[in-house]
Ligand binder design. Structure first.
Ligand SMILES: NC(=O)c1ccc[n+]([C@@H]2O[C@H](COP(=O)([O-])OP(=O)(O)OC[C@H]3O[C@@H](n4cnc5c(N)ncnc54)[C@H](O)[C@@H]3O)[C@@H](O)[C@H]2O)c1
Ligand SMILES: O=C(O)C(=O)C[C@@H](O)[C@H](O)[C@H](O)COP(=O)(O)O
Ligand SMILES: [Zn+2]
Length: 360
């Protein structure tokens, strides 16, 4: 098991990562008056038993429906009601046991229940190596992703890699997208190795675990520098401006898949604005090799723009993108709506025509 320590301006917490590391939870739970587990049905069925060995007797558990639709006001309200009816007090500890959806939702519940109770992230997806660190917790609004939320750091992150063995190929793709993002913005060697992956079969070996730790460290180091996104933390949003828009527009796309497409557009804009070569073709080949869905459509350009107009990075009604002026050199670039519309349509028609078989 590896232990890292996140040190930000407001808090400090450990990350435990490795096989079979759940016993590290015991001292945290002994201090709490009660333990609440929030998880989803799939994670409950597959992995709750492993967790149950370390849970105190008076643990209560709330199970949500898997998927993005649970990051809603309704679900948030139902969990709060469950906590109130169960007379959970302020010294309780909430365990967010699942992927990014459980982490974001349960984290936001913890941040706001009686003005805040302790919570611990127990990520179970590859993508959640990103979402479990850094304290961004949120639910969605129909007008945009994560629009209602908080910065609320966990007391610990406990990442037991045994959970990853049951992930579907789709979930591997989602996690890889955020890893590739970390590679593009900060670690070209990580990026190079990720782009060489030939297949999603049996990915979780020792070499991959090392890449996962490198990716996690990119996230951790940026969060340590700028916990509340006053500056460089925005770089972690590379690929997310268009990514969040297409995620909202195309319900079949999960977050990571949408981010993978968002990265494609960010590379396109970067090449256009800075006149550089970021080997976009190589990235597209990688996406196709691993069967990432690429369902963008030039007819939806206005809808994508509508969503991007609510992006949290926007300033003075301009849409701000994280672009690369070279590999691992991100910067924020503002676009007027009209300017962005032209480039977006150009991108959509160029890539839809070229990749007719995969983009519909
Ligand atoms: N807070 C942050 O910094 C941050 C960062 C990245 C993403 N996010 C958010 O995270 C969410 C996406 O997270 P996600 O991709 O983990 O999605 P998810 O939580 O919906 O999990 C994906 C699917 O995998 C299933 N699953 C979870 N663990 C499993 C396991 N071990 N084996 C088999 N199936 C398992 C889930 O039931 C679900 O159906 C999005 O809402 C995104 O906005 C937040
Ligand atoms: O931690 C961050 O900061 C990120 O941007 C990480 C992203 O991968 C993640 O999807 C995050 O939830 C996006 O944040 P948002 O502020 O754009 O909602
Ligand atoms: Zn993301």
């Amino acid at each position: 098991m590896k232990q890292l320590q996140v040190k930000t301006s407001s808090s400090e917490y450990p990350i435990y990562i490795g096989e079979d590391c759940l016993s590290v939870l015991a001292p945290f739970l002994q201090q709490a008056t009660q333990t609440i587990v929030v998880t989803d049905q799939t994670v409950y069925d597959l992995h709750y038993q492993k967790l149950s060995h370390v849970l105190p007797e008076n643990t209560i558990t709330y199970i949500i429906t898997p998927g993005e639709s649970s990051k809603s006001f309704d679900c948030y309200h139902q969990i709060q009601t469950f906590l109130i009816e169960s007379q959970v007090d302020r010294q309780a500890c909430l365990l967010a046991f699942g992927g990014g959806v459980v982490g974001d939702l349960a984290g936001f519940v913890a941040a706001t229940y009686m003005r805040g109770i302790d919570f611990i992230q127990i990520p179970t997806t590859l993508l959640a190596h990103d979402s479990a660190i850094g304290g961004k917790v949120a639910i969605n609004h129909e007008l945009g992703k994560n629009l209602i939320g908080a910065f609320y750091p966990p007391k610990a992150v406990v990442y037991d890699l045994r959970f990853l063995r049951t992930l579907s190929e789709k979930e591997w793709r989602c996690g890889l997208a955020e890893m590739v993002k970390h590679g593009f913005i900060a670690n070209p060697s990580l990026l190079r190795q990720l782009l060489q992956i030939q297949s999603l079969d049996a990915l979780l070996d020792e070499t991959f675990a090392q890449l996962l730790i490198q990716s996690l460290m990119v996230k951790m180091e940026i969060v340590q520098m700028d916990e509340f996104e006053q500056g460089c933390r925005a770089y972690l949003n590379f690929g997310h401006t268009f990514g969040h828009a297409i995620e909202l527009d195309e319900k079949e796309l999960s977050h990571g898949e949408a981010v993978a497409i968002g990265i494609l557009f960010s590379l396109y804009l970067s090449e256009h604005i800075f006149g550089i070569d970021l080997a976009i073709g190589q990235y597209l080949t990688y996406l196709k090799r691993l069967h990432f869905p690429l369902p963008f459509n030039v007819d939806h350009a206005k809808r994508y723009l509508g969503y991007m107009m609510h992006d949290k990075k926007n300033q003075r009604k301009q849409v701000r993108f994280v672009l690369l002026n070279q590999l691992a050199k991100p910067e924020l670039v503002s676009f007027s709506i009209a300017g962005l519309e032209t480039l977006l349509k150009q991108f959509l028609s160029e890539f839809t025509t070229k990749e007719e078989r995969v983009c519909h």
